[in-house]
Design a protein around this ligand. Structure first.
Ligand SMILES: Nc1ncnc2c1ncn2[C@@H]1O[C@H](COP(=O)(O)OP(=O)(O)OP(=O)(O)O)[C@@H](O)[C@H]1O
Ligand SMILES: [Mg+2]
Length: 437
């Protein structure tokens, strides 16, 4: 399925932007905006942000001076549907939701059976409770995997056992599902089982693509990457089995220690994680969701062993449409460590985004605060604006005792312009070790 934004009024009438996967799109006077209106004084520099996960589109005004209008009503946020009109000044964009050409059902002779472009509204049943709801699909006979909101929450709180594993206890709950400690019936080995719960109705095709992507990422074997054991689906729900890492994730670890760690400890953890990242990047993988919760730390100082988990999972979960739109609520946590280029365009997942996120992680672990000086309660608009416009607070301003050279390595990683960051995770790792000598 795809979403097209057509400019139907204003100086750029006739332009169209098409999206067929999870993407973001910004409108404003800033030259970095995908839809840039440099001479329209009506628009703010960063006016509004759209998140598109076809067939869904979600719009958020970024606190613009003159406001964003949908069908003539001023809005802060809006779920958009086919035919809706977004307006700012003289410019009007129309939303079109359609079925991609390669998704229409075809006769054997290649003639499309369904000529209409609108998606079909079909009935789907919750995998867990069976209660039916409606969902948009690319064809009327599509089979969709779907979990209703209630069951999704229930399963997140109370994960169901999966065959061949004995569940021991819940290790944690995250954005995509929950993680359990379990024992394998086959060899008695203790493992971590993660269930991945789709947030919207997903087609068999998307589910297959997601499983394929898990399988590809599973080939990454490195001493500082949590190793993959197996994956599968049970009652329609995807699960992933990985090695269990004792100790705790770096977020819990720093919380336990009062909110931050000594910079010497952070260097050990980050240096190892950079080794893992350098390895993955050189094999063509980006992590896309580096944060304290995804770095597991075992052992005692100075012999910590850090392991990066969830490799590429967030990327695949989003891009294959398992997540739907993610910036709907006001939980800014999901974008807190995202660099500007990635917020502007979710598709833009390249190694420099990981370098930025690991820099943000290191900054928080060392100082116990966010580099852009935003509170944990900041909303999405405020966070997006800070990511685009706000300078970072120098580490030494918060903590004079951190050696200047160490602080500089971290600060280089979180430059707003990707070209000013470290060229590779390997280079950053070298610089960090050098700064400690
Ligand atoms: N292999 C593992 N061994 C030990 N603990 C783990 C393992 N994987 C995850 N955990 C624990 O479970 C917690 C939840 O993991 P999960 O990945 O579901 O959530 P998250 O990292 O907070 O968010 P996200 O869903 O965005 O990744 C982790 O923060 C970690 O404490
Ligand atoms: Mg995680």
């Amino acid at each position: 399925m795809r979403v097209t934004l057509r400019v139907i009024a204003g100086p750029q009438t006739g332009r169209a932007f098409t999206f067929d996967q999870h993407e973001t799109f910004t409108i404003g006077r800033s030259e970095d905006s995908q839809f840039c209106l440099p001479h329209d004084r009506y628009f703010s520099r960063n006016h509004c942000l759209l998140e598109i996960a076809p067939p869904q589109t979600f719009l958020r005004d970024l606190g613009s001076t003159n406001g964003t209008f949908v069908n003539d009503l001023k809005v802060e946020t809006a779920h958009l549907k086919n035919g809706d009109r977004i307006q700012g000044g003289e410019t009007v964009l129309e939303v079109e939701v359609s079925v991609g050409a390669n998704e229409t059902l075809r006769y054997a002779d290649g003639v499309p059976k369904f000529s209409e472009t609108l998606p079909s509204l079909i009935t789907v049943q919750c995998l867990n409770c069976g209660i039916p709801s409606n969902a948009e699909a690319s064809r009327p006979d599509a089979k969709l995997s779907f979990l209703c909101d209630d069951c999704r929450e229930k399963l997140r709180q109370n994960p169901q056992p999966i065959p061949n594993y004995q569940m021991i206890r819940i290790l944690g709950k995250g954005g995509m599902g929950s993680v359990m400690l379990a024992r394998s019936n086959k060899d008695g080995r203790v493992v971590a089982v993660k269930t991945l719960l789709p947030e919207v109705a997903v087609s068999e095709q998307s589910l297959k693509r997601f499983l394929r992507e898990i399988e590809v990422a599973a080939s990454l074997r490195h001493p500082h990457i949590v190793s993959y054991i197996e994956h599968g689906t049970h009652n329609g729900i995807v699960y992933l089995v990985t090695e269990y890492v004792g100790g705790m994730d770096a977020s819990k670890f720093s919380k336990m220690r009062g909110g931050k760690l000594d910079y010497r400890e952070v260097v050990i953890i980050i240096e190892q994680t950079l080794g893992a990242l350098d390895f993955a990047h050189s094999h063509g993988f980006v992590h896309r969701d580096i944060k304290e919760q995804n770095i597991l730390v075992d052992g005692t100082y100075p012999k910590y062993v850090a392991k990066l988990t969830d490799f590429g999972l967030a990327k695949s979960f989003k891009q294959t449409g398992m997540s739907g739109v993610t910036m709907v609520g006001d939980v800014a946590g999901t974008i807190a460590y995202m660099p500007p280029e990635q917020v502007r365009d979710f598709k833009e997942v390249k190694p420099p985004s990981d370098i930025y996120a690991i820099g943000m992680t290191a900054y928080s672990l060392v100082t116990g605060a966010h580099a852009l000086d935003i509170s944990p309660r900041a909303g999405i608009s405020e966070t997006v604006k800070a990511i685009f416009e706000k300078p970072i607070v120098p580490i030494n301003q918060r903590l004079p005792e951190v050696p200047r050279r160490v602080a500089a390595v971290i600060e280089t990683a979180i430059a707003k312009e990707p070209e000013r960051r470290w060229r590779s995770a390997g280079q950053m790792r070298e610089a960090l070790l050098e700064a400690m000598r």
